[in-house]
Design a protein around this ligand. Structure first.
Ligand code: ATP
Length: 357
């Protein structure tokens, strides 16, 4: 008997509450058809819970999850009723830092020519993956404000880069390149302007690259990378970069693959479990509750999760079926269809089940 895989599920806020139930429906259907033993553990965490009783991420829940789960599936966290975003920070940072999920991995694959916004390039030119450092950089929250609210106000956010932190994300990117037969890794920094922090990135990149003789290391300034992603996306296979730049270029990446409704991601400490899987999009309060959200980003995220659990064939099937739905117009408006969230998810599920036989 295969070991039961325990997955914690946090639909969270906004459209997370619409797309994650559909993703779970898909996951259950696949598991049933393939005889996979899954135990899904739904967690009532997010803005509603926070507003009800002030709970964000209880220590006991975190510990049980850390000790018993192989994966965490999150929808989105963010709600206009919680302007401080305290619940989202506690939950996401709680997992990210508590589990030391230092690699945020975001594939950028365009599945249909129609989704490519580039007039010179079709879908086949857009196939890259971004490794974003996830535990350091400008997002660690070190800093402060002085003379707040006065004309002499000073605001500081420190950019934290450790040798260990930089080296391990670089290695994760090179390891991925080797494992997937990729020819080159682009490291995007701003070492011409950020002469201390990013000089460390550049030096570490050159040193780590020597351990991977089959992979060409390409150093690029992040502004130039944005240009190449649009002008010559075919030349880019694997990108590794810091927290801030990774955040920005993956939105550009999402645009290249048809928008936020098509972008999946995972947060992982390679070699450890659990990992956290989430669509790249946020809670999108402007469309929440209207059956408008594209469920495919979450479906592709479930695909990534299955791939990470060792079922690469199932990941491939989910991706191909999403592509076929888009090509057939069985999709939501953001990607050129006319279906609602539920109908698009149902069309996808039908295709996946037919593909599974
Ligand atoms: P948050 O504050 O939680 O990050 P947000 O609205 O600021 O939410 P996103 O949800 O990431 O940011 O998305 C920005 C916009 O992209 C949304 O307002 C919505 O119009 C569109 N969008 C995002 N996700 C989807 C989706 N799954 N389907 C359709 N449109 C989407």
């Amino acid at each position: 008997m295969a070991e039961t895989v325990r997955i914690a599920v946090i639909p969270g806020d906004g459209i997370g509450q619409e797309v994650i139930p559909e993703a779970i429906h898909l996951l259950r259907a696949i598991a049933e058809r393939r005889g996979l033993a899954l135990e899904l553990w739904p967690l009532d965490l997010g803005a509603d819970r926070y507003l009800r009783d002030g709970t964000t991420l209880p220590t006991k829940t975190f510990e049980e999850l850390r000790d018993t789960c192989q994966a965490i599936l999150v929808g989105a966290l963010g709600d206009p009723r919680v302007p401080s975003n305290e619940h989202a920070r506690d939950i996401l940072f709680g997992f990210r830092f508590g589990l030391d999920l230092y690699a945020n991995i975001r594939p950028v694959r365009c599945l249909a020519d129609r989704l490519s916004p580039l007039k010179a390039h079709g879908a086949d030119a857009i196939d890259l993956v971004v490794f974003r450092e996830n535990t350091e950089g400008l997002y660690v929250g070190v800093g402060g404000q002085v003379r707040r609210g006065t004309p002499d106000e000073i605001a500081i956010n420190e950019d934290i880069n450790t040798r260990k932190g930089v080296e391990r994300i670089l290695r994760a990117a090179f390891d991925h390149a080797v494992a997937h037969g990729k020819k080159r890794v682009h490291m995007a920094d701003k070492s011409n302007a950020m002469r201390h922090a990013h000089e460390l990135w550049l030096r570490a990149f050159r040193e780590v690259a020597r351990e991977y003789p089959t992979v060409e290391p390409v150093h690029v300034y992040v502004d130039a990378l944005c240009l190449y992603m649009v002008q010559d996306p075919r030349s880019i296979e694997v990108v590794v970069t810091c927290n801030l730049f990774g955040d920005i270029i993956t939105d550009l990446g999402a645009a290249l693959q048809g928008g936020l409704g098509m972008a999946a991601s995972m947060n992982v400490h390679p070699g450890r479990r659990p990992a956290l899987f989430e669509p790249v999009h946020g809670s999108a309060p402007n469309i929440a509750g209207q059956d408008l959200a594209n469920p495919f980003a979450s479906a592709l995220t479930v695909g990534m999760l299955l791939g990470w659990l060792g079922h690469q064939d199932l990941e491939g099937i989910v991706e191909r079926c999403v592509r076929d739905c888009v090509l057939a117009g069985e999709c939501t408006r953001d990607v050129g269809g006319a279906l609602g969230t539920r109908a698009a998810a149902e069309a996808l599920r039908g295709r996946v089940l037919r593909a599974l036989g």
